[in-house]
Ligand binder design. Structure first.
Ligand SMILES: [Zn+2]
Length: 197
């Protein structure tokens, strides 16, 4: 715990080579379009934002974009990490790959845990959509910061107690511009977001 009571994200990283994985091309095609529209990228302050993931068809976990990859125009398999274990309450995960998993990976993990039909998750930043959907989309509380166990718990709560599983979109109230969309595959997750843009 830090002084503010926030459990710091911790990642146990196992160096491994990821050559490719099922869904890599589909995720890449989806990311190309999100990147072109600046929904994933680097902001004016040099802060990288946005991440994508796909559930591993072999049941080992999920592949998520690595920390620091958001600014790259094209991603290779080595720009992803395979998250094999996680603990939402401890804000901890274990991953394999050349690089460490995105620090927002536990938000993805919460969606996969809550919705067995979710095969892909995307997290983008868009103030336009975030403002437009302020009272129209399921939203996490404004008091909850991103990357915290509270955010993961809030996502679990939303997915299990409301109709979010039908809408497949979540607005992150305490993370300006933050939106999550998910679906059975990357194309569906993207469509769930793009219908509003
Ligand atoms: Zn974010």
């Amino acid at each position: 715990m830090t002084e503010t009571g926030v459990v710091k994200f911790s990642c146990e990283h196992i160096a491994a080579e990821i050559e490719t994985f099922a869904g890599f091309d589909e995720l890449g095609a989806c990311r190309d379009q999100l990147f072109a529209r600046n929904l994933i990228g680097v902001d004016a302050n040099g802060i990288a934002f946005g991440n994508l993931s796909v559930r591993d068809v072999e049941g080992r976990g999920f592949f998520v974009t690595a920390s620091g990859s958001s600014g790259k125009a094209q991603l290779a398999p080595s720009d992803y990490a395979l998250v094999t274990h996680f603990d939402l309450s401890r804000n901890w995960l274990r991953c394999e790959g050349a690089a460490v998993a995105s620090s927002e990976s536990l938000t993805h993990a919460a969606v996969y845990q809550a919705d067995a039909s979710a095969g892909a998750v995307i997290h983008v930043h868009t103030s336009e959509l975030w403002n437009a959907l302020a009272n129209r989309a399921p939203s996490t509380s404004a008091e909850i910061e991103y990357g915290t166990p509270a955010m993961a718990e809030e996502i679990l709560r939303l997915l299990t107690t409301s109709n979010v599983t039908a809408q497949k979109i979540i607005r992150m109230g305490g993370h300006e511009g933050g939106m999550i969309a998910f679906g059975r595959n990357p194309a569906e997750a993207q469509a769930m977001l793009m219908r509003f843009l």
